[in-house]
Each structure stands twice: as structure tokens, then as C-alpha cells.
Design a protein around this ligand. Structure first.
Ligand code: COA
Ligand code: ZN
Length: 311
């Protein structure tokens, strides 16, 4: 509960946790390929800016996502001993084995709510993915590994269209019952609107509370910030974002990048919600991304503050 201009807002947290997924969700869809050393420089910059949760890479088939072929090398080079939690995305048990062998202790298993997307993305039915989730969650408890599961295309699917919230709720219920550490409700295609977000996250809050929920928005239609704010008003306090707004989803045609981390941090700081992140240092990282990529990051805050305007 926080008070702003004398108004108490029931579900606003005083502080939020932000995971920068740029090194994975961001880079996997960019046309250029960064060297492992460049990825590690990006990650080190995020750490120095105060980011405490970073999705560093994914253990998927290198043919499916060539940008993530150096997952083991990235994992080996991560700056450690700084309290930062590094996640890696996995699609299946082989991904879990590879992540564990690489020293990763926080994994993000991806499952799409719709059959078409799950098949296109990871070539499994939703039921097969749930069976894998159960095994991975069981193994992870014994291995001391934390598991988040992405409920991908939670609102809209590029192939099946609008997703009935009952389907996302059913998937989340099953994952929560399995003892999943966190379920990340993901608008992977960036087509959700705040009405959907309020409805779904409100329903999930009533059933499960918000401690084990996270939200992940893409900005395809410019709604990521509005959706984040709406999720926050429903009590969610863990958000994914990507530095500069990098990214998209190679398996969802037309999807663009995640919520830009700078824009999210700017929003929260303006509202008096703590993030622990230094906004100007974040923009320095976006400068680096701009140099690596040769293109201007989409983040509105970055463009407003770092791009010199002709006067
Ligand atoms: N990492 C590396 N290799 C993997 C793997 C993983 N996580 N999972 C399976 N493989 C290998 C198998 O060992 C097998 O290798 P082989 O041909 O040398 O025997 C081969 O891939 C085929 O195995 P199969 O289980 O039939 O996989 P598939 O061809 O059905 O592909 C995925 C499934 C999940 C591996 C592939 O679709 C994928 O990597 N998708 C990732 C998509 C992604 O990253 N999306 C963006 C994030 S949401
Ligand atoms: Zn995403």
C-alpha cells in the first residue's frame, strides 16, 4: 500500500522487482549476432546499473535460435558473487540438463497457453509440456533450482487469436499446484490491452495471491506500459523488461520488443515505487546496444533523453 497525493492505492507495492530479459528475449530476435563477450559486457552493465534479475540466455536448439548457441559460454562468464539472480529459458528436460551442467540455478520453462503456439515454438502439445513441467519442478526441488514457468501467449496468440482467460487460468492453476516457484503471465505478441490484464491478473490474484506471479509484456501496439501499470494495480510486483526495448519473438510473426527497461524504471520512479535501478546507468547500456546494433533503441525514455534534437 502506498499513498500518492493523499490517495491510498490498495494494491500498489512500495517496491518492484524487474528482470531484464534483453540478453535472451531481446537478442534472440535481433538480426545481428553479438559475440559472447559483447553479451557479457551488456550483462555486466545491467548488473552495475542495479538490475538484480537477468535472463541471461536460453538452452534451446541452436538451429531453432542460433543467437543462443553460446548459452554455456555466456553462463560460464556471468559475473557472480553480487547477489544477482540469473535465469535461463528452457523448452524441455534436455534444456534443463544443459542449464544445470552450465551452472544455472534459476530456469524459466516456456509453455504456451495455445496448442498451435506451443507446437510451433517447441514442438510439444500443452499436455506434454505440463508433464515436462512436473518432472522439471520435481527435479529442481532436489537440485536446489528455482523454476518459473512462462504462460506464453496468455492473452492473444498470433495463430489462434484472442485467448479465453479461462485457459490461462487453468494452466496457471496446474502449475501452481505442481509447486512452481513463479508463473510469468506473458503477452508474447504484445497485443493485450489493460482490460484483459486487469481481468486475468485480478482473477489470478484472487485464486493464488500475487507472490508467485510475474508479468511479461511486449510493446507491439504501444500498450506495454499501460499493461504493466494495470498489472501492478492488481498487486503484481515482478515484471520482465528488456534494455532499450530490444527483442520480439521469432515464432510469433509481427511481435516487437519487450517493455523497455528504461521506460518501466522511469514509470515506477515517477510514481515513487522503488526499483533499486539507476536509470542513467541503464541508458548507458542502451548506448552500448545502439553501438552494437547500429540502430536506435525503441525506448521512449532513452530517445527523449539521449537523442540530440536539432534546435
Ligand atoms: N537444446 C539443444 N538440443 C535439443 C534440445 C535443447 N533444449 N531439446 C532437444 N534437442 C535436440 C535433441 O537432442 C535432438 O538431437 P539429435 O537430433 O542430435 O538427436 C534434436 O534436438 C531433436 O529432438 P526433439 O526432442 O525431437 O526436438 P524438436 O526437433 O522437436 O525441437 C526444441 C524441439 C524444443 C528443441 C526446439 O523446437 C527449440 O529449441 N525451440 C526453441 C524455441 C525458442 O527458443 N523460442 C523462443 C523462446 S519462447
Ligand atoms: Zn517475450
Amino acid at each position: 500500500m502506498i499513498e500518492l497525493n493523499g490517495v491510498k492505492t490498495a494494491f500498489w507495492p512500495e517496491r518492484v522487482r524487474i528482470m531484464d530479459v534483453g540478453p535472451r528475449d531481446g537478442l534472440q530476435n535481433e538480426p545481428y549476432q553479438l559475440a559472447t563477450s559483447q553479451k557479457l559486457a551488456l550483462i555486466e552493465g545491467l548488473v552495475n546499473a542495479g538490475v538484480r534479475w537477468i535472463e541471461a540466455t536460453s538452452f534451446v536448439h541452436p538451429k531453432a535460435v542460433p543467437q543462443m548457441a553460446d548459452a554455456a559460454e555466456v553462463s560460464a562468464g556471468l559475473p557472480r558473487g553480487n547477489g544477482v539472480i540469473y535465469y535461463a529459458l528452457i523448452p524441455n528436460e534436455k534444456g534443463y540438463d544443459r542449464a544445470l551442467a552450465a551452472g544455472i540455478d534459476h530456469v524459466g520453462l516456456v509453455i504456451s497457453v495455445t496448442e498451435t503456439m506451443n507446437r510451433k515454438n517447441i514442438n510439444l502439445s500443452v499436455a506434454e509440456s505440463l508433464a515436462i513441467a512436473e518432472k522439471v519442478i520435481g527435479r529442481a526441488k532436489a537440485d536446489g533450482v528455482k523454476v518459473r514457468v512462462y504462460a506464453s501467449v496468455a492473452f492473444v496468440c498470433a495463430f489462434e487469436g484472442r485467448v479465453d482467460p479461462a485457459r490461462t487460468i487453468e494452466l496457471t492453476d496446474k502449475l501452481m499446484a505442481m509447486g512452481c516457484d513463479q508463473v510469468c503471465i506473458a503477452d508474447s505478441v504484445g497485443r493485450a490491452h489493460p482490460g484483459q490484464v486487469a481481468g486475468l491478473l485480478g482473477a489470478l490474484r484472487e485464486k493464488h495471491g500475487t507472490e508467485r506471479l510475474a508479468a511479461h509484456f511486449h510493446n507491439t501496439y504501444g500498450m506495454a506500459i499501460a499493461n504493466t501499470l494495470t498489472a501492478m494495480q492488481q498487486g503484481v510486483s515482478f515484471f520482465d523488461a528488456s534494455i532499450g526495448g530490444l527483442g520480439g519473438c521469432p515464432f510469433s510473426p509481427g511481435a516487437t520488443g519487450n517493455t523497455p527497461t528504461e521506460d518501466l524504471v522511469h514509470l515506477f520512479h515517477q510514481m515513487g515505487v522503488e526499483t533499486g535501478i539507476d536509470l542513467e546507468k541503464l541508458c548507458d547500456i542502451s548506448d552500448m546496444v545502439k553501438d552494437f546494433s547500429g540502430s536506435l533503441p525503441p525506448s521512449a525514455y532513452y530517445r527523449a533523453t539521449r537523442v540530440k534534437k536539432a534546435s
